[in-house]
Design a binder for this molecule. Structure first.
Ligand code: HOZ
Length: 438
């Protein structure tokens, strides 16, 4: 376990910090996936972070592959983003009035993702999805939404049905506190299953407003779409008069400069963004064709709003991040680094006699402790969870922080160096050994 050079004071124990937190914060955290519930032990309390590294309160230095759940493609505390933020804060932190910055960011999004002719900025991905679904219902005048098992679209009531991410991690994919009336308009199909999707559309013919999908599923671990799946969804939507919504909160600007829709060459009707477009600040967006988006207030009757929507500080972080991505074009390099890392992990697993399946795409990857292909939620949840727990903790002990759940994705950032990857592979080799231990 690595200590930071600056850790002079006696180390604070995370267990003690967690106990203190639990006295005033529900479960000690502000978002359930952070709580280490499924992996056990105490969460890492962060003091500061830079580049690929987290500096924890207990003096540890960790190579981070969670990267604020994918929000930080440029890495922590990117100098350009920090400089822009300092300047933005000096001009005031919130106005509740329009700024040119919002137009600039919306234009950048529309240029990168041409299906987003008209954009609405929000403060989170959850809000973006809520807005997109309201627009879809208002535009089609239909009620039902079809989602996929293990996909997570934020914590809106009607979407906490067979949901991935923290909901699956904690074993509550169908949240309590959601009246049946709120979720009865949510239909669920298995991911990558066009037959079942088509059958549901037929069964509820005439009342499905939209299919919402993570074009690359990142909330049941990483699950890539089978060839033809996304094209098939497009076709089904067209046949049944439903809109196709891509939830690109994770994939937006992650796979390429644009969305997964650019990467796979599929045009959805509505797109939801978050994470990377906020450059580490709270920001989301949704958008689509002019004809569809004009149902949204103030132009139309579908209401959606937010005091902090298009917040100038968050928007500044977003603009600067996108400018940096457009200029530095890190995508090819990120994909090669991630591929090399995943090959190294696979080789280490073979050498240690551990059966794993690694799903990866561009800079996203998940190590599943299973011998089988992982293509949907049942196959993702069939993995050996105790083995994952041991692996996760052994990595942590050896200076590497993976997402603390078997149902999440890891992210390589532009700040990860060759040295980081080599150190990670050394930790991975050690960690695989521990998965055999009782
Ligand atoms: N979508 C993130 C997990 N995959 C959200 C993180 C959180 O729930 O805190």
């Amino acid at each position: 376990m690595k200590k930071t050079a600056s850790a002079k004071k006696p180390a604070v124990q995370h267990a003690a910090l967690f106990e203190e937190a639990k006295k005033v914060l529900v479960g000690g955290v502000n978002s359930p996936v952070r709580s280490f519930r499924s992996v056990g032990g105490d969460p890492v309390f962060v003091k500061r972070a830079r580049g690929s590294r987290i500096f924890a309160e207990d003096g540890r230095e960790l190579i981070d592959y969670c990267m604020s759940w994918g929000a930080l493609l440029l890495g922590h505390a990117h100098p350009e983003v920090l400089t822009a933020l300092k300047k933005a804060i000096g001009n005031g932190t919130s106005y509740g009035m329009p700024t040119q910055l919002e137009t600039t960011l919306a234009r950048m999004l529309a240029e990168a993702i041409p299906s987003m002719e008209q954009v609405r900025l929000t403060s989170s991905g959850t809000e973006a999805v809520m807005g997109a679904i309201r627009v879809a219902r208002a535009f089609t005048k239909k009620n039902k939404i079809l989602k996929f098992e293990g996909c997570y679209h934020g914590h809106a009531d009607h979407l906490l049905v067979k949901a991935g991410s923290g909901a699956s991690t904690l074993g509550i994919p169908d949240s309590e506190g959601v009246p049946l009336d709120f979720s009865r308009n949510t239909l669920v199909a298995p991911y990558n299953d066009l037959e079942r999707t088509g059958a549901l559309l037929k069964e509820y013919s005439g009342d499905v407003a939209a299919i919402i999908v993570e074009p690359v599923a990142g909330n049941m671990g990483l699950v890539v779409p089978d060839t033809g799946f996304l094209q098939g969804l497009r076709k089904l939507c067209d046949e049944h008069g439903a809109l196709l919504i891509f939830d690109e909160v994770i994939t937006g600007f992650r796979l390429t400069y644009g969305g997964a829709q650019n990467y796979f060459d599929i045009v959805p009707d509505l797109t939801c963004l978050g994470k990377i477009i906020g450059g580490g600040m709270p920001l989301g967006a949704f958008g689509g064709g002019r004809e569809i988006m004009k149902v949204l207030a103030p132009l139309g009757p579908a209401y959606q709003a937010g005091t902090l929507s298009g917040n100038p500080v968050a928007v500044t972080a977003g603009i600067t991040t996108l400018q940096c991505l457009a200029r530095t074009k890190p995508y090819g390099r990120l994909a090669s680094a991630t591929q090399a890392l995943c090959e190294g992990i696979q080789k280490a697993a073979q050498q240690e006699g551990v059966g794993v399946r690694i799903n990866s795409l561009q800079s996203m990857f998940t190590v599943f402790f299973t011998e089988h292909r992982v293509t949907n939620y049942p196959t993702a949840s069939g993995q050996d969870l105790p083995a994952f727990r041991k692996f996760f903790h052994a990595l942590l002990l050896n200076g590497v922080y993976f997402a603390p759940s078997a149902f999440e994705t890891n992210f390589v950032s532009a700040a990860h160096t060759q040295k980081d990857l080599q150190e990670t592979l050394r930790a991975v080799r050690t960690a695989f050994r521990t998965t055999h231990e009782r």
